[in-house]
Design a protein around this ligand. Structure first.
Ligand code: BLA
Length: 510
């Protein structure tokens, strides 16, 4: 997509949101070349610094800022060596006139970017202490959802946004509101799913590098970046900027929802974007840089805690599966016949791997439990599996994609995980998961109507939800690597059980 091609609903994952050529007007931006001469400035810089843009451009920084301010900026340059490094300085008297600014300083290519916004001193607020208290509260929670709910509550208290949600991404880039704290009378979004396109790929990549963005007022006209002829402000990469102007598509989406200000704080796991704290306000809402820094720090601490918690959950899931498996081996040893040993443990298998139903086929006999295809359908599926992947575990979260006949029962069993359990073909365990759509309904207000902007009704929560429904039709929850590891271990165990019982039977016959 070229810079000049208009953005619409089909090309928006290619919208170059990192080079908007403008900033939000709650602060101003200067770009300096290596001798600290200004080569770009946002058109609103004179509102804060006096003079006009024509004058600012090509001035050495010391002609515009006080010596002390220029020194404060220069002294930070040495700390900017790592990728994506941003230095912050609070309460700098930029022109020696008693007006204090908070600064964010970083390199974009060869340019030193200085962003400044008036310091908002909040008497009695100690951000460090606030974050310390917030962490104390979230550490007391148990489980991932409880953690998310308390995290949203704490962030709402810190920031004063009308609504704070925890939005979790799925592997396909779509997402789900898993926790929400909203002012009374607001339509709930908890439990709603949205397609990947609502937070397009390049935005997700950006949010992995830059932890926080705020849109203080969706109606505030962006301030264009102006430059001297030798430079091109339209190409200036603002990925790490704090003032970066926001995609017009996203602004339209927010406007349609009646949202006037928004903020999101990234939640990362193992360096990858796991989710976001998504915050809405129904009037313009600006937070001091200090509070935003506190919110960001909270997001980082939250991410570490989540990482530790999720790891514990994964370990607990597998440990429990292994315990069930050990009990199963002990009990199998008491069985006289392998068929009984295999068919008799359906309830145990179901506890090992999360599923909605299971089919077990052993020695020409089939047992179905929970939500499954019919016996006939299962038998056809088994023949297919034995033909296409004999002796191997095979799994899919979208059955009709790998097995066309699965189309007819995909609402009951959109996902399957098959474990072969004997040397003779056919004997196997198949875990089924229902179509994800069946467990999720529209949770918003059915009577609520949304405004529409130039791009029509697509950019509303309800339409987004409908689109998500279309994109996940025929899919179950994905099988995780933990599921597959447990399946492999179960396969080996059941093979051993069968072998042992066969040996025992042979010995008895002798
Ligand atoms: C960005 N879209 C975003 C952001 C969120 C959402 C949270 C991050 C920016 C922010 O902090 O506001 C989406 N917000 C949601 C969702 C909920 C919510 C799903 O509160 C659910 C309750 N957006 C669209 C479509 C396109 C699109 C169809 O809905 C494109 C075709 C684009 N969204 C889009 C872009 C950005 C974005 C380009 C990046 C904005 C930026 O950082 O410049």
């Amino acid at each position: 997509m070229t810079m000049n091609e208009p953005v619409n609903l089909t090309n928006c994952d290619r919208e170059p949101i990192h080079v908007p050529g403008s900033v939000q007007p709650f602060g101003f931006l200067l770009a300096l070349v290596s001798d600290f001469t200004i080569c770009m400035a946002s058109e609103n810089a004179p509102d804060y610094l006096g003079g006009d843009v024509g004058w600012l451009l090509q001035q050495p920084i010391t002609a515009v800022l006080s010596e002390a301010a220029a020194t404060a900026i220069r002294s930070r340059v040495d700390y900017l060596s790592g990728p994506d490094a941003v230095e912050r300085v609070f309460g700098v008297d930029l022109q020696g006139r008693g007006q204090l600014f908070d600064l964010a300083i970083h390199f974009s290519g060869a340019y030193l970017i200085v962003e400044a916004e008036p310091s908002l001193i909040e008497p009695g607020v100690n951000s460090g202490e606030l974050v310390r208290l917030m962490l104390g509260r979230i550490r007391k929670t148990a489980g991932m959802i409880d953690l998310a709910q308390e995290g949203a509550r704490q962030l709402k208290l810190l920031t004063g946004f009308d609504r704070v949600m925890v939005y979790r991404f799925h592997p396909d880039g779509s997402g789900e509101v898993i926790a929400e704290v909203a002012g009374s009378g607001l339509e709930p979004f908890l439990g709603l799913h949205y397609p990947a396109s609502d937070i397009p790929r390049q935005a997700r990549q950006l949010y992995q590098r830059n932890w926080l963005r705020i849109i203080a007022d969706i109606n505030a006209a962006p301030a264009e970046l102006m430059s001297t002829p030798a430079h091109n402000a339209g190409l200036l990469d603002l990925s790490m900027s704090v003032l970066r102007a926001v995609s017009p598509i996203h602004i339209e989406y927010l406007r349609n929802m009646g949202v006037a200000a928004s903020m999101s704080v990234s939640i990362l796991r193992d360096g990858k974007l796991w989710g976001l704290f998504a915050c809405h306000h129904y009037a313009p809402h600006h937070l001091s840089f200090e509070k935003r820094t506190a919110a960001e720090l909270f997001g980082q601490m939250y991410s570490w805690l989540l990482e530790a918690r999720e790891r514990e959950t994964d370990v607990a899931y597998e440990t429990r599966a292994h315990q069930i498996q050990e009990r199963l081996i002990e009990r199998a040893a008491l069985q006289a016949h392998s068929k009984r040993a295999i068919l008799g443990f359906v309830a145990d298998y179901r506890q090992m791997i999360a599923c909605d139903g299971i089919a077990v086929w052993s020695d020409e006999e089939i047992t179905l439990d929970g939500e499954t295809p019919t016996e006939e359908e299962v038998q056809d599926l088994i023949s297919f599996i034995n033909r296409t992947s004999p002796g191997r575990i095979c799994a899919s979260a979208e059955i009709a994609k790998v097995y066309a006949a699965g189309e007819s029962f995909r609402d009951r069993a959109a996902g399957f995980l098959a474990i072969p359990i004997s040397r003779t073909p056919r004997d196997c365990l198949i875990f089924f998961r229902r179509e994800v759509l069946r467990s999720v309904n529209w949770a918003g207000d059915p009577n609520k109507t949304y405004s529409e902007g130039p791009l029509g009704s697509r950019l509303t929560p309800r339409k987004s939800f409908e689109l998500w429904q279309q994109t996940v039709a025929g899919q179950s929850k994905p099988w995780t690597t933990a599921d597959l590891r447990i399946a492999e271990s179960l396969r080996v165990t059941l093979l051993e059980v069968i072998l042992q019982l066969a040996e025992l039977a042979a010995r008895e016959r002798r």
